[in-house]
Design a protein around this ligand. Structure first.
Ligand code: GRF
Length: 204
């Protein structure tokens, strides 16, 4: 079986990257990580990639004259590594429309809330402050909005009366680590059909 090639983009801790990587090591996995790209030099995720001996790059947009040059550099890196799918995993940079166009329907992201509720930063705190009883996590395709693309998978997580941001984030993260590899697997099984805003998960 030819395995799908994944690029992981990250900026920090890299726990989702780690779970994606660990799932890729399973015998039945249909993908492998081809490259890890960080826009932060000291990201923990980058250190993990080095430890696992995965191809890794620190790429800062600041070292490029323009956004266009930065995008072209990233696109070239992905092409050279025959990347099929880009997984954003705590990548704290807005993806440029030019890049989205190039990798249309081949960029996915994980968000720590049940979208379309609580997009953007500090989603767990937003959920607690709003007083919702249930939050969770979402894997979605990336479009030009902030956390607005078609939803692939979601997992609810109950909010307890004595919850705080840290406790809730921990419980949500545990679920993130499950649904992100599941979504990637579905992608490479060719089972995700985008129909407008909807992602239809095809039966096997
Ligand atoms: C996760 O909560 C993810 O949902 C959000 O950023 C965080 C990244 O955590 N997009 P990690 O770097 O994967 O540990």
């Amino acid at each position: 079986m030819k395995k799908g090639k994944v690029a992981v983009f990250l900026s920090g801790r890299g726990s989702n990257f780690e779970s994606i990587y660990r799932a890729s090591l399973k015998k039945e996995s249909n993908y492998e990580i081809a490259i890890v790209i960080s826009n932060k030099k000291n990201a923990r995720g980058l250190k993990i990639a080095k430890k696992f001996k995965l191809k890794n790059f620190y790429v800062s947009s600041k070292s490029f004259k323009s956004k266009k040059e930065y995008n072209q550099y990233i696109i070239r890196l992905l092409e050279m590594n025959k990347v099929d799918l880009v997984c954003l995993a705590g990548f704290m940079r807005i993806i440029d429309p030019e890049f989205i166009e190039e990798y249309k329907n081949r960029i996915i992201n994980i968000h720590p809330a049940l979208l379309p509720s609580f997009p953007g930063l500090n989603a767990q705190k937003q959920a607690i402050d709003h007083g919702v009883k249930v939050s969770g996590c979402t894997v979605h395709f990336v479009d030009s909005g902030i956390d607005t693309g078609p939803i692939i998978l979601q997992k609810p997580v109950k909010i307890k009366s004595n919850d705080n941001e840290e406790l809730l984030s921990k419980r949500i993260l545990k679920e993130e680590h499950k649904i992100y590899p599941d979504a990637i697997k579905l992608f490479f099984e060719n089972r995700l059909k985008i129909d407008g805003r909807k992602v239809i998960i095809l039966e096997r």
